[in-house]
Design a protein around this ligand. Structure first.
Ligand code: 48H
Length: 258
């Protein structure tokens, strides 16, 4: 006979074991779009302790919907190594690959989770922990609490590094700039703001702009372009994967330096 009480106990026990273990991590990734998932996948695969917090029910960000809800993803050929790691079916279209967006997105989630990335959905990151002019954690709350503006205090996750992968709004960097009187490592010291559409420049800039933007605080994907003033690129996703991969490489090196 199935025991109702046991089902509840197993959910609660396993969730809280996982949650408690991931309150102190090497990297806290904020946002589960393509760039954050790719960064998390490779970091976890290398043995780092990484938690990804996604405010929505489903991670995947802007990848599910392809372009204008046509659920196909276009990627440049230089993403082949990453695409192979995620084992997706590629349609070869001369200079590009095309992948079904549902397969691509679910593979990013599945493979990163299998690699050891701990994904916490329905949790919104609402602040950073700042000590001695250095970011050393994030502040989290349940999405519905934030959504309904309930007066419930959040809790803290301690992390050696924080990666803002929140997409176009660069939400966490905005919070950091608004609340702490600090200068970012951008030309103006502030958020430069995303530029209009230019797929070619936008794709290059996404990778270039993936870097540390404040002590222990990094940006990738569209957040990187928003923060450093890059162009948007529309529905092409190579730059997002390559940005996530670059974030992984930088974070790995910086974590090893200590
Ligand atoms: C927890 C949060 C919070 C928060 C946001 O937008 P994304 O898909 O991000 P990227 O940068 O990996 O990919 C961008 C791509 O999807 C895109 O929009 C492109 C290529 N646009 C080009 C163009 O020209 O329009 O994912 C970000 C994720 C989302 O799932 C959010 O729900 C989540 O971050 N998020 N999670 N706490 N405070 N803010």
């Amino acid at each position: 006979m199935i025991q109702d009480l046991m089902i509840s106990k197993l959910i609660v026990k396993n969730y809280f074991e996982k949650f408690e273990n991931y309150l102190d991590v090497d990297v806290a990734i904020v946002g589960g779009g393509p760039s954050g998932l790719v960064a998390g996948h490779y970091l976890a695969k290398d043995g780092f302790k990484v938690a990804l917090f996604e405010t929505k029910l489903s991670p995947g960000g802007g990848m599910w919907g392809g372009g204008m809800m046509f659920n196909e993803i276009v990627l440049q050929k230089n993403t082949i190594d990453i695409l192979k790691d995620f084992e997706v079916d590629l349609k070869d279209e001369k200079d590009y690959y095309v992948v079904d967006s549902v397969q691509m997105t679910s593979s990013l989630i599945y493979k990163s989770s299998r690699a050891g990335l701990k994904i916490f959905n329905l949790i919104r990151v609402v602040d950073v922990v700042l000590k001695d002019d250095s970011v050393c954690g994030i502040v989290i709350n349940w999405n519905p609490v934030e959504y309904m503006s309930l007066h419930v205090d959040p809790i803290t996750v301690i992390s050696k590094k924080v990666l803002d992968a929140t997409g176009h709004p660069a939400e966490l960097t905005s919070i950091l700039v608004k609340k702490a009187n600090i200068k970012l490592y951008t030309p103006s010291g502030k958020i430069e703001g995303e530029k209009p559409m230019n797929a070619d420049l936008g794709e290059k800039e996404t990778v270039e702009n993936t870097k540390e933007v404040f002590k222990n605080f990094y940006v990738c994907g569209m957040a990187a372009n928003g923060v450093f003033g890059g162009f948007r690129m529309g529905p092409i996703f190579g730059g997002m994967l390559l940005s996530g991969y670059k974030a992984y490489k930088i974070l790995k090196e910086d974590l090893r330096k200590g």
